[in-house]
Every structure is written in structure tokens, then in C-alpha cells.
Ligand binder design. Structure first.
Ligand code: AVJ
Length: 323
């Protein structure tokens, strides 16, 4: 049941295994079954996601990087000197490097990530490459309140950096709650720099979530491997298949694992019955309009200060400030 704990960080929270198991049980007990999306990102899941980012169909990473290349100096100017950057998820080695390089005397970099080995390795590499920078990793689930290191209090400006359109994983109410938590963490003088994927034709969206090479399917079903390993479950992985589609009226990609047969799966002693063709939703990936995103940010007490997009208007990086 326990993930291996190589090194402990001073900011490590309680493991929280029981909360997660309760969430898994709750999700599988619903009429429309779901699983907690965070469980996609164990070590293997993070590695598979990195593979997805390399593929031509997955336009998000490539497009966000192009926006960064074009506008990172602008972003750095808008943030100003001496900032402390709190990154939500530490998967984006290239983007954070571009940002740190462009910033004037960044004071600290605080990556917050649930996948601890990934986090520690990335932090060590970054600390080696930016000798003057304080790198203070926090192993935590950023959807729950977490503490930032005390040494942060003297930084001039806190900036929450949330690239990749990971915000799109959250349903609207949760996304608002997360943005509000970021607003609180960065304070009145703080900023939020966030990547948000934009609405576009289905013909572009759907292939991005069903990459022909099958890597998305492997990424998707990895959640079952993870639950088998860490939560004492007996999912037969080959009796579920990956299916994703764009729900245009909700503006989101829906990613599911569909049970190919009627079957019973046991998770830590509790049985769950599946009908043939019954789906488990594992992930949403919301696609925004610029006004829609601004309205959501406003609900969280944030206003859009600047927006950078690519020439096709496929993706956006937005600087938000407390209202
Ligand atoms: C990491 C949430 C940005 O929604 O595009 C990619 C995750 N899932 N392929 C996305 C994902 C399947 C990705 N985010």
C-alpha cells in the first residue's frame, strides 16, 4: 500500500492514502463511475505523459512552447524582478527554464508536485543549472491546501505558475476553488501565470487525445495499474479500453476507460460491478474561450491582465492579478 519513501522533505504532508482510497471507492460507487484524475500521474504516468507531449497530434505542449519562445521576455517584464515562482506540477522542465532564464533575479522556485521522485529529480537538475536560485520542492497534492517554505516570506512577489492547461482537468467549480487558493497564496501583489487551452475544431482536438501510436491509451490505463499496485485492487487491465471524445456543448474532452465485459473488480476488499460497455471517467480536459476563462477567473477574484496566444489562437498563456 505504501509508496516507497526514499527521502523525506520538511514540507511532506501526511501520506493521505486513506483519503485517496475513500475517493476511489466513492468514484466507483457512483452511477456514472469516475476515478480521481491525479492517480494518472504516478512515476510511469508522468513518463507516459512526457511521451505524449512529444507527439505531433498533441499540439498543446508545442503550441505553449512557441508562445513562450515568442513572449517570455514580455511575461518576465510583467512579473518584475526578485519574484518567487510557485509551480503547480513540476513536469514542465523546458517551460520553467525559459521563464527562470528570462526573469530578472528570480529569488526562489517552489515546485509543488504529487509525484515525488519526478519532483526531486527535476528539482536537483534545476538547482544545478541555476546556482543562485533557491529551489524548495514541496511534495503535495496541490488541490489540497499546502504550506510554502517559511523562507519565502521575504520574496518581493509571489507568482503561481500553472502551465500546460492542467487547469482544464478540473470541473468549473473546482477550477474556481483552485484559482482562488492560488490568489490567496500569492497575495494582493502576487500574480498567476497560467496556460489555458482554447476551443478549436473537433478534428484537431480529438486526435490529440487518441494519439495513433497508442500512448494515450497506455497513459489512460496506467491509472488501473496504479490502483492495483497501491490500493490493493484487481483490475484486469485488458478488459478495459481507452475511449475519448470532445463534448462540444460542455467544451471539454472526456476521457474514459470502458469495461469490455460484465465484470466485478475488487478494490481493498470492496467489490464493484461493471456492465459490458460501462465507462469510468478518468479525466476531463476543458477547452476555453477567452471570455469564458476570464469569467471563471473573475469568480476566483482574479482579473486577466495580459493574454499571449499563438497565431492560430489554439492556446493561451494568461497573467492574472487579484481584483
Ligand atoms: C496534463 C491535463 C494538460 O488535458 O491535455 C493528455 C492530460 N490526458 N492526454 C491534457 C492528458 C491525455 C493533459 N493535461
Amino acid at each position: 500500500m505504501k509508496p516507497q519513501q526514499a527521502r523525506r522533505l520538511p514540507t511532506d504532508p501526511e501520506p493521505g492514502i486513506d483519503d485517496m482510497l475513500a475517493a476511489i471507492w466513492a468514484g466507483l460507487g457512483k452511477r456514472h463511475k469516475t476515478l480521481p484524475t491525479q492517480l494518472l500521474y504516478d512515476e510511469r504516468g508522468s513518463a507516459l505523459f512526457d511521451e505524449i507531449c512529444e507527439l505531433p497530434e498533441y499540439y498543446l505542449t508545442r503550441t505553449e512552447l512557441a508562445i513562450m519562445r515568442e513572449s517570455v521576455d514580455d511575461m518576465a517584464r510583467a512579473i518584475g524582478s526578485g519574484a518567487a515562482i510557485i509551480e503547480y506540477g513540476s513536469g514542465s522542465a523546458i517551460k520553467i527554464r525559459m521563464l527562470l532564464q528570462a526573469l530578472e533575479s528570480p529569488r526562489a522556485y517552489i515546485p509543488v508536485d504529487i509525484s515525488r521522485e519526478h519532483l526531486l529529480q527535476a528539482s536537483e537538475r534545476l538547482a544545478a543549472d541555476f546556482p543562485g536560485l533557491q529551489v524548495l520542492p514541496v511534495a503535495a497534492d496541490f488541490t489540497r491546501p499546502f504550506d510554502v517554505p517559511v523562507s519565502l516570506t521575504h520574496a518581493q512577489r509571489r507568482v503561481a505558475y500553472f502551465p500546460g492547461s492542467t487547469i482544464g482537468n478540473f470541473e468549473r467549480a473546482q477550477a474556481v476553488a483552485l484559482l482562488r487558493q492560488m490568489a490567496r497564496l500569492v497575495g494582493v501583489d502576487g500574480r498567476v501565470l497560467i496556460g489555458a487551452d482554447l476551443q478549436k475544431p473537433r478534428a484537431v482536438l480529438e486526435p490529440a487525445y487518441d494519439v495513433a501510436s497508442g500512448v494515450t491509451a497506455r497513459f489512460s490505463s496506467n491509472i488501473l495499474h496504479h490502483i492495483n499496485r497501491d490500493y490493493d485492487a484487481d483490475f484486469a487491465i485488458d478488459r478495459f479500453r481507452h475511449r475519448s471524445y470532445y463534448d462540444e456543448s460542455e467544451g471539454r474532452i472526456v476521457i474514459t476507460l470502458v469495461s469490455t465485459v460484465a465484470q466485478i473488480v475488487t478494490v481493498a476488499g470492496r467489490p464493484f460491478a461493471f456492465a459490458a460497455d460501462e465507462p469510468i471517467r478518468t479525466e476531463y480536459s476543458h477547452k476555453y474561450t477567452l471570455p469564458g476563462f476570464a469569467a471563471m477567473a473573475a469568480e476566483a477574484g482574479l482579473q486577466v491582465e495580459q493574454v499571449w496566444t499563438d497565431p492560430k489562437g489554439w492556446f493561451s498563456v494568461q497573467l492574472l492579478a487579484p481584483i
